[in-house]
Design a protein. Structure first.
Ligand SMILES: NC(=O)n1nc(-c2ccco2)nc1N
Length: 323
């Protein structure tokens, strides 16, 4: 409505002025906490009134003054950690336990995914616009990294197709191996900090208070699930088909995701991905095997913070190549 538009225009002008002061003078005219408050007020206004969102807004521009702390985000449904299997036997036990609990003698379909070794994030889209990004944090409370997730190279800022009014996407932010090696070479040449591995590089880049630094980092994202979705949206009752729905709305999903008819076929998937591990563009530390049926997932539920319906089947640690 009109006074929201007026307030947004006023905030854009103020923040633009403070950005210029920050980059040109070294004594900004307002305290950091005041700048943070104004910046977040504008972010909130734009989230509530997407028609106010313009690519010219300082919330969209990378060159905004860094925040001094992250705001907290309460995840509406917890972001889960995964139980691990380290051997074929442990994986088979996982499958048997599921069959026992579901008291089902019939075969159970599984969705098999590479286990990306990056940083888990939650992305919130409202009316198809990316309005918030958050880290996993402790599963319940994460950090608001909205300005940073906007800089992810392959991420849609605007959804397409018949997306829900409100959609939370969960997935992994990662730095592709080649980009990681290139980044480290340049950082070394500049005498700057190098990262030990792509996972640290992704997590460290996402938790920058200055999003213009994040924007210089080659980050990618693959979706692997949904969080809250507005009611009235027709979602498939298969996890694999939900990932296809996310793709149809413009969100990136790994092309290594496969659906298999039974637990026995997961072994073949594990061996196939393990055999091609070094040829993948991104680092993985195993595969994630999920019961494909959403109703069965709901029947199985979670144990404290890990789902009973999914397991991370880890690869042996790669022997470190000492350079
Ligand atoms: N790291 C990763 O690639 N993950 N993590 C999950 C996950 C975590 C909790 C539920 O699903 N799925 C995939 N592909």
């Amino acid at each position: 409505d009109n006074n929201a538009a007026q307030r947004a225009a006023q905030l854009r002008a103020l923040i633009t002025r403070y950005n210029r002061e920050y980059y040109e003078l070294d004594e900004p005219s307002i305290p950091d906490a005041e700048y943070d408050r104004l910046f977040r007020e504008l972010q909130q206004l734009e989230a509530e009134h997407p028609q106010l969102l313009s690519s010219e807004s300082p919330t969209q521009k990378v060159g905004s003054k860094p925040l001094t702390s992250f705001r907290q985000v309460q995840h509406e449904t917890p972001m889960l950690s995964l139980d691990n299997a380290f051997s074929e036997d442990e994986f088979s036990t996982f499958v048997e336990r599921i069959k026992d609990r579901l008291d089902s003698s019939s075969e159970i379909a599984f969705c098999c995914e590479p286990k990306l070794d990056g940083a888990a994030v939650s992305l919130l889209y409202e009316h198809g616009v990316l309005v918030r990004g958050a880290t996993r944090g402790d599963g319940q409370t994460g950090e608001d990294i909205t300005a940073n997730v906007r800089t992810i190279r392959n991420l849609a800022l605007q959804l397409e197709g018949d997306y829900p009014d409100r959609l939370e996407v969960r997935g992994e932010v990662f730095m592709p191996v080649k980009a990681f090696e290139r980044y480290n070479e340049q950082a070394l040449a500049r005498g700057e900090k190098v990262f030990a591995n792509p996972r640290n590089a992704a997590a460290g880049s996402l938790r920058q208070l200055d999003s213009s630094i994040t924007a210089q980092r080659p980050l990618h994202f693959y979706a692997y699930g949904m969080g809250v979705v507005s009611t009235g949206t027709t979602l498939a009752d298969s996890h694999y088909e939900r990932l296809q729905q996310l793709q149809s709305w413009g969100l990136p999903v790994s092309d290594e995701v496969k659906r298999v008819a039974d637990g026995g076929s997961c072994h073949g998937y594990y061996q196939d991905i393990l055999s091609r591990r070094d040829a993948l563009r991104y680092e993985i530390d195993g595969v994630v095997i999920k019961v494909d049926s959403i109703p069965l997932q709901n029947d199985l539920g979670f144990v404290s913070r890990a789902p009973r319906w999914a397991i991370a089947w880890k690869f042996p640690a790669q022997e470190e190549i000492t350079t």
